[in-house]
Design a binder for this molecule. Sequence first.
Ligand SMILES: C[S@@+](CC[C@H](N)C(=O)[O-])C[C@H]1O[C@@H](n2cnc3c(N)ncnc32)[C@H](O)[C@@H]1O
Length: 548
Amino acid sequence: MHFYGQAADILRRLEQHQGSIQTLTVGNRAVASDDKRRMYALICETLKYASVLAPVVQGSGVLGGGIQGMNTRLALAMAHDMLVSRGGLQRRGADHELNRAFEKYKPQLRAKMDALVAEAGARSMADLVPLGLREETATLRHVRVNLLAASVDQVVAAFEKEQFELVECRDHSLMAQELPARSRRFMRDPDLDDLLVFPSGTDLHAHPLYTDGTIILQDKASCMPAHVVRPKPGTSALDACAAPGNKTSHMASLMGNKGSVFAFDKSARRLDTLVQLTDRARCRIIRPLCADFLDVDPLNPLYADVECALLDPSCSGSGIVNRLDALVDGFVALVQGQEQHRSNATRLESLAEFQIAVVLHAMRFPSVRRISYSTCSVHVEENEAVVAAILNAQDEFALMPAVDVIPTWPRRGLAHGGLTSEQAACVVRTLPEDGTNGFFVAGFVRKKPADIGEIRRQLDERRTQQQKQTQQQTQQEVVDKAPERTKAQPRQQKKPKKADRSSSAVSFLPGRRARSAVTARANVSSNNSSNMSKKRRRVKSGKGVAKK
Ligand SMILES: C[S@@+](CC[C@H](N)C(=O)[O-])C[C@H]1O[C@@H](n2cnc3c(N)ncnc32)[C@H](O)[C@@H]1O
C-alpha cells in the first residue's frame, strides 16, 4: 500500500478504536520497518493538526473528486506534510502519482491556510493547535513526600545533595517557566505542604527514594482530596472507591499511621493493587474491603466513628492528560461530531447518577463530618452539577467554605450546572495548562447531627425498591425464557438469583498483612445476607478472603 494511503487507513482504524497509535504504527507488520518511525511521527502530527487542517482541506477543492481515492483522512495526512512539515510531501516510490496530483492543489491549500492564520491573528499553523495538544503544556512532575517515611525537609535535603537546585515560586503562572524541561531544578509546592514539583519529563521511577516508598509520584490534583478531608491522627476515615490507593495512602500519611482508614473497592483485583501499593508506602492503618460501597451498611457499629470520607468515584477520566489519547480523542470528536457528543451525554448522565449516589451514601455514616468529592473529569455534568444535585437532595451537609478547600489555588469552579458563583468559589478545578491533569474537588461539612431514624428509613426505602426491582427482573427473565406457548400463563415466582444489593456484603482482603479471623468476623455488617454474589465467591476462593 502507498505510504499516505496506509496513513489514512491507520487514521480510520484509530477512529474506530481498533488499536493504539503505537500498535497501529510501530507494532504494525504491514508498515515497512524503514517506515515505522516516519509513520508514527506522521500520525501523531496529523492528529495534532487535524482540527486546524480540516477547514484548509475542505476549502481547497482537493476533496472534490479530482484525485482518485482521495478522502478526508488521506488529505489531512498529505496536507500536513505539504503545509506543516519542513520536508514537504515524502517521496516514497509508490506514492509518486498521488503526490503529483496532490501538488496541483498546493496554491489553493496554501491560500486557504494563509487566510486562516491571518484571520486568527496568528503567526503560523502551530499557533492554532489547541493548547492541550502542544508540547509545551506537558504536565509538571509532582512528587508527594510520604510522611510515614521522611519529612519534607529531609527529602529536600536529599535532592539538594544530588545537585538539584531548590527554587522558590509562589506565582502559579510562572511555575513552568521556573522549572524548564530537563533542568535540575525543583520547588516546594505553594499550595500543598507535602508536595515537591520538578520539571516536566523528570523521571524518578528508578530513584531510590521512589523505590523504597519515601516519595510517591502523584499528580498534584490527585493530592488535593486528602488535604480537603484532612483526617486527624488517631481518627477513623473511609475511602469509598479506593483502588489503586494513592489517596488512601495519602490519608494514612497525613494521619501519621494513627487511627484507621477503611478502603472500599468493588474490584478485588484493583484492591489487591491497593494492598501492595499501601504496603510499599508503609501504611499500617488501612483496612481493605472488597465491596460495592452502596451496599455497605452505614449503621454498622464498625463504622460508628468514621469522621472523614473521601469519595473519588469512577468518572469519565476526561481530565487525564495522556498526549496520545488526547490526540485520538480530539480526532474522533472532529470526525464523528454530534453523534459522539450524544453518546457521551448518556454516559455522563449515568456516571453522574452513580457519583451522586455514593456521596449521599457517605453522608449516611452517622459520625462523618467532612467529605471530599473528586473526579478527574473536566465535565460540568460530573462536577458542579453533581455538587448542586447533592446540595439539593439533603440538608444535613453544606458546601465546605473556600478557606478550607485549597484556598491558595487560584482556579475555582464554574458557576454552571446549578452552582451560584459563591458556591463555585468553594470548589476547585485544575486544567492541563496548570501543569496538572484536569481535576475537580469539592468538600462537604456536616451542619447538623445525623438523624439515625431518617437514615434507617432511607435505607429501608432503598432496600424495598431494590427488592422490587429484583423481583421484576426475575419475573421478566422467567417470561423471556418461557417457551412461546406458555408465556401467557402465570408462572410461580422464582427465587432471586442475585444477592440483594442491600445485603452490605463485604469481603476483607488480608493482603500481605495477616488479618485474624476474629478481626474479619468483627467486621461483619449488621445487615448480612447469606447470599453471596458470584463475583464475591470468586474473590473468596481465589484470594483467601476471610469469611464475612
Ligand atoms: C477513580 S478510581 C479511584 C482511584 C483512587 N481513589 C486513587 O486515587 O487511587 C474509581 C474506583 O472506584 C471503584 N468503584 C466503582 N464503583 C464502585 C462501587 N460501587 N463501590 C466501590 N468501588 C467502586 C473502581 O473499581 C475504581 O477502582
